[in-house]
Design a protein around this ligand. Sequence first.
Ligand SMILES: Nc1nc2c(c(=O)[nH]1)N[C@H]1C(S)=C(S)[C@@H](COP(=O)(O)O)O[C@H]1N2
Ligand SMILES: [Mo]
Length: 395
Amino acid sequence: MDTSRRTLLRTAAVLGGIAATGLAPLGRAIAGAPAILKALPASWFVDYGTNAEMQWESVRPGDYLTRQSRLFVRNHTATPTIDASSYALKVYGDGLSTARTADAPVVLTLKDLKKLPRTKLVTTHECTGNGRSFFSTQQGTPASGTAWTLGAVGTVEWEGVRLREVIEKIGINPAAVSIQATGLDAPYSTGGVDYGPVRRPFPVSKALDDALLAWSANGAALLPDHGYPLRLVLPGWVGIASIKWLGSLEVSLTELTSPWNTKWYRMTGPSYPADSPPLTVNPVRSAWELPWGAGLDVGRDHVLTGRSWSGAGPVVKVDVSVDGGATWTRARIERRPRQQGWTQWSYSWTRPSAGQYVLMARATDAKGRTQPLETPFNDNGYFFDAVVRHPVTVA
Ligand SMILES: Nc1nc2c(c(=O)[nH]1)N[C@H]1C(S)=C(S)[C@@H](COP(=O)(O)O)O[C@H]1N2
Ligand SMILES: [Mo]
């Protein structure tokens, strides 16, 4: 598809969003520049304009990792173009060691960061709203936001430096509690309000545990759409925590806030208290590597494959049903997780007779968390973790 047609479709998608929700962002897509720079072939992606999800049917069972060319994109505005040679990360705040507090921000170039000890880490990276459309299609209550099916997820081997190394090198005040990560993308406006650059605070404990400053994914430099030249990765946490195009880190002695942890990315709605905390660890979810409404040949055996993942630990077992939940059998684990990545599984379906079926997969993680059959509604459609009812036809 040529660029003008893509831009047009994006504009249409954004305008469609406005009609549907009343509060779709007026990003750069309307001004004409594409919000996502990489190619989004229709066989690999569903293109929502500023966002794009991976098509599960295009996932190849032999590939454990998700190539960047196939990884979902979630942009609040548009992918910025950043010059790596002049790029620098600024670290500042009253939570740095007292010797530093009075100083100007610590400025670290990519070269500086690459001199520190390197780490590789596999994580499953997922948007908080993955599965959102099922609040509507499966539970009858539409939620506002991008109507993702299950493709706002991927598993990536990041390379970078542990944030712990950076912070310890700079020197931190032992009383520091909070770090705010801010992106270099354009400020985010919606409903006539400018909320400023995309940013979100996280606890110092997470920074000292497993947070990573990543410059590469699966052995290659980050693509612009995925945060080039440097992004934060908070393993197992909601996608919004992993700020792309990382511009600064403010280390603070007091709790920091931003609209991305007060207004959005927390649960609101009838089932939740007003002071429900900011979302952190991702829930348990599963997907079949099949088209929605797949057609399968009658009179044959079928090996069906899929993946399950959790932000809290490895998925240890997966139960599947091919009769809409009437009976369940244990799926065969094909590949155990690499580090904090997903689990691959399969189910051998012996000569199903002709008809319509509903496939279901229900995973359990090492912490004993499992997927419910129904999940309580929340206004923004976060954390749809219920078992998805996947229709197929055997004919
Ligand atoms: N600077 C910045 N960081 C960001 C975002 C953004 O719009 N701007 N989107 C967040 C959200 S909501 C998600 S789900 C992930 C998506 O990462 P990806 O596009 O690399 O898959 O990035 C997060 N980090
Ligand atoms: Mo997200």
